[in-house]
Design a protein around this ligand. Sequence first.
Ligand code: GCV
Length: 738
Amino acid sequence: MNRNHRQVFSLLYAIVLTLLSASSFAQDPETGNPELDTQAWLRYPHLDWPASTAYEQLSGRVVLLGDSVVLKAAQQELMRGVSQMLGRPLTSSASATGGSGVILGTLAAIRSLSPKLRPPNNLESDGYWLTWAKIRGSECLLIVGGSDRGVLYGTFTLLSKIARGESIAKTNELQNPSAPIRWVNQWDNLDGHIERGYGGRSIFFDAGRVRDDLSRAGEYARLLASVGINGCTINNVNANPAALEDNFIVQVRRIADAFRPWGVQVAMSVDLSSPKVVGAANLGTAGSAVQPAQRAGAPLDGFDPLDPRVAEWWQKKVDYIYTQIPDFAGFVVKADSEGRSGPSAYGRTHADAANVIARALKPHGGVVFYRAFVYNHHLDWRNLKNDRARAAYENLHPLDGEFADNAIVQIKNGPIDFQVREPVSPLFAGLRHTNQAIELQITQEYTGQQKQLCFLVPLWKEVLDFDMRIDDKSTLVKDLVSGRVFHRPVGGYAGVANVGLDANWLGSPMAMANLYGFGRLAWNPNLSSETIVDEWTRLTFGSDPLLVQTVKQLQLDSWPVYESYTGNLGVGTLTNITGNHYDAGPQSSEENGWGQWHRADRNGIGMDRTVATGTGFIGQYPPEVQTRYESLAACPDNLLLFFHHVPYSYVLHSGRTLIQHFYDAHYEGAERAAGFITQWKKLQGHIDEGQYRNILARFEFQAGEAIKWRDAICNWIYGLSGIADQKGRVGNQASAVR
Ligand code: GCV
């Protein structure tokens, strides 16, 4: 076969793979095994003998000390899990006297039975302690919580251990979460469509109202609780102000009710212009200070955060929300970004905007997240000094120390926008006197949209383990976001999840490893990717050794593979950024104001972000990090093009030229994606047949997509550079993507 034949063949192969898998999706849109998909990692499969004998101690009674809805949910979950997995029911008992069993309660409650009981170390509010102890003469398993929610988390941990076959014979384990804030954000619109959602329509909303049937919302909260998530923002950060109408809040109350047993608090995204748009006529009935003119009146004439009438508006609105939802968690605000209104309309600062809302929430214990994703999307692309990457730091760093102590700056992991690889946002090191949270994207907007496998935990780990070297001392990002480094009162994690009504929540069963992994990392960022994927695989598919080994390897390989056939060397994902954020579209980044530039031309590629000759972005990092990125010699290959503009002939640390690296990476990536099919096929008979076929169809589809990506990017860069592939693979196709 000559080169042209080979290329025609590979194009046809890609089309056939895509058509085959697309048709299998079309025939069976639900696909897989809907029941198993919906249960996700909470399947609690029956354990056969002899595996079940390891849990013989777990028998008899369950004693619940307390009667909150969260404690009751914990007890019911325990009884459900044990009876499903071990085939013998636990019976609920009101008294702790009279034999062995399991006792659930807070430390304070359990101490009333056993005053001498001392946890091995400090038990924090959401923490738990699993231990065996003699209570009134009988050996009991204790699930001790720092709070009711801690009891629930301890219960889920116990069930996870059983499902994974881990011994509990000598369990004595105390765990506290890494950070108080462990939230997911949903970008659900009130009409039911989810922005950047790939798992179907909203589980909360339809046609401008909260759904009548909120059973999926309750099931979602259960999944979230099982990995320690304690808050959920239910509506899009591009917030529809109608979400704050009183008659809508009343509906949101039903979502809060569905979440409450699982310890997941409801939060909402709000638009800063709400006082002007929603209007005083919609103020709640709480609070006697509402002026009659406002009750009946027109909306306020503005939303200036320093206007006392605006402050009063927020206070009344928040007071009203708490009459409906007493455990309301707070708000998320996107302002002065991508066309949203913001404090700039009045010459006010982001701290002014955050604080007016924070003050209203404070008496109720709520928090406001202010997103650092603030940038101008009309940047002049002709000016080589302009740089969107600088925006978050430039906007927020000067305000450090001016935010209220219940305001949290929510920072995307990288300075651009959830690309397949970016450096860590320098803003994490730029806020010493302000609470911060890291925003990670579970929904795979730029990483294959759940149609392609991309396990993101290793990416998140790289960010969380990154050492900012503040004041030349070790300062890991995970310790900054938890608030530990600068002794902040709150901090933590926000993951953009975007689950939908599809049986498998995210649109793909394998993608659920990202939701699971987000929760586990927020609880304990020191867990390794391998541990997380091992847990997830065993809980989701079972512990067959071939299956566990294969699924783990596929997941762990998937990010590097996706990166290699899309955008390498830190250039950005190279998707169509003005279109679907999915297909290859490298040229769409250029010559527009969105600022996702890679500056590729006939001579070279990459953004010069150096202090010496470029946009100066590197200067936002602490000095030791600057040194690493500023010099070409020290800059790691995988971020080279994020920081430097270099010729195509530039020789990488690997010894290969940049252009040859591009060609090789794309061919290797596409080959490895095809290899996923072979690996998966080994699992037939080791996994539910419906899930097997569904996931096989996805890998076949991905293999075709990888070839399309490979050819699009290789042709594009060959067209620009005119430098041939040393291995003679690239060139001559007429289908260069622009
Ligand atoms: C919700 C990116 C996405 C937008 C998203 C925005 C954000 O630009 O493409 O859909 O808007 O990020 O995070 O606010």
